[in-house]
Design a protein around this ligand. Structure first.
Ligand code: 3EB
Length: 334
């Protein structure tokens, strides 16, 4: 029988389903969460250059070069249902469970003459880490790049980033399509990449309202951005950073409510295209704002899309096109 042959090829072990969650917490809440017994994959700090004093021993910490729009540091905490152990390879620092890996790496620009070899090297190290961890399938990447729209010797840094990323993916990515991602600019500190990975490739989802990023025309740079609009694994869904783009063009230039509405339409298309949402689904979102003052214009849209009480993190960052005012990513925890 075909069905049982397929399941024999990929035996499902009782505890191997990727089962994980994210929490966004200020210092006080993060201290409480991390004081509980639990399986912490990683902590990412925003507006926190140093690991917090309440970080559990051996827990990976990554300082993101983005700041919250609110006062004080914020923490993104990834937890796993199954036990986690610290795992590092070279400069890639992370953790593994039976089903998942987390890792983070700084892009070492000082060691390279340009951004693209620095990014390519960082991604090659990530693929080494994934191989060593036995989790060859990236589910989700976050790319936080300093001065993302700045010029570097005649080519925009985001375009150089795309050249380096694509070179590494061409050499090492084993799945047919790249996973979901965000690409956002930081205002301080080093560029960094962090990621989640599993054993099996996620299902890639595209948005019929948008040209696939990996098919963007060359007007956006010599190499296209390597990411899918969403990645699904088990009941979980990662939605990439989503902005006011239809086809491949930015819409509603200079019009904040227009950009929010178009972004919401794109998010709805992705959610609708991902299949039925489990009744127990919970959404978490991160909202990147070009100006902290834009927060009010987004809040009610997030309430409507993901629930009034849904966890969310508003960050101040530059987007990879200077005409974009807001970008929203989301994670559906099944
Ligand atoms: C876009 O749709 C907006 O380069 O990894 C969104 C998500 C964007 C991820 C990336 C870029 C990236 O093209 C920008």
């Amino acid at each position: 029988m075909q069905v049982s042959l397929t399941s024999l090829e990929h035996p499902v072990r009782a505890n191997s389903r990727a089962s994980f969650a994210v929490h966004y917490a200020d210092g006080l809440a993060a201290r409480q969460i991390l004081a509980q017994p639990g399986n912490i994959l990683a902590v990412i700090g925003y507006g926190a250059a140093q690991p917090p004093d309440f970080l559990p021993p051996f827990c990976p910490f990554a300082a993101a070069p983005l700041v919250p729009v609110t006062d004080g540091a914020m923490f993104e905490i990834w937890t796993s249902k199954s036990p986690v152990r610290a795992f590092a390879l070279g400069r890639v620092n992370g953790s593994v469970s039976d089903a998942l890996a987390f890792g983070a790496v700084e892009v070492d620009e000082a060691a390279h003459h340009a951004l693209e070899p620095a990014v390519e090297q960082a991604y090659l190290k990530i693929f080494d880490f994934l191989d060593a961890a036995g989790m060859p399938a990236p589910l989700r990447f976050w790319n936080y790049l300093t001065d993302i729209t700045g010029d570097e010797n005649g080519l925009e840094r985001y375009r150089r980033f795309n050249i380096g990323r694509q070179a590494a993916f061409t050499a090492r990515l084993r799945q047919a399509l790249p996973p979901a991602a965000s690409g956002v600019g930081g205002h301080h500190g080093a560029s960094m990449i962090y990621f989640l990975a599993g054993r099996e490739a996620p299902r890639a989802i595209e948005n019929p309202r948008q040209v696939s990023a990996y098919d963007y025309p060359a007007i956006y740079g010599p190499r296209s951005p390597s990411f899918s609009r969403a990645s699904a694994t088990g009941q979980s869904l990662f939605i990439s950073g989503t902005a006011s783009i239809t086809g491949h063009e930015t819409r509603h230039v200079g019009d904040l409510p227009g950009q929010v509405a178009e972004t919401v339409a794109n998010l709805r298309a992705l959610i609708g295209g991902a299949g039925p949402t489990p009744a127990t689904a919970e959404w978490a979102s991160k909202i990147y704002l070009h100006d902290p003052a834009y927060r009010e214009a987004v809040e009610s849209a997030i309430d409507t899309l993901f629930g009034a009480g849904s966890p969310r993190l508003y960050l101040h960052g530059d987007l990879c096109r200077t005409d974009l005012l807001v970008e929203i990513e989301a994670f559906r925890q099944g």
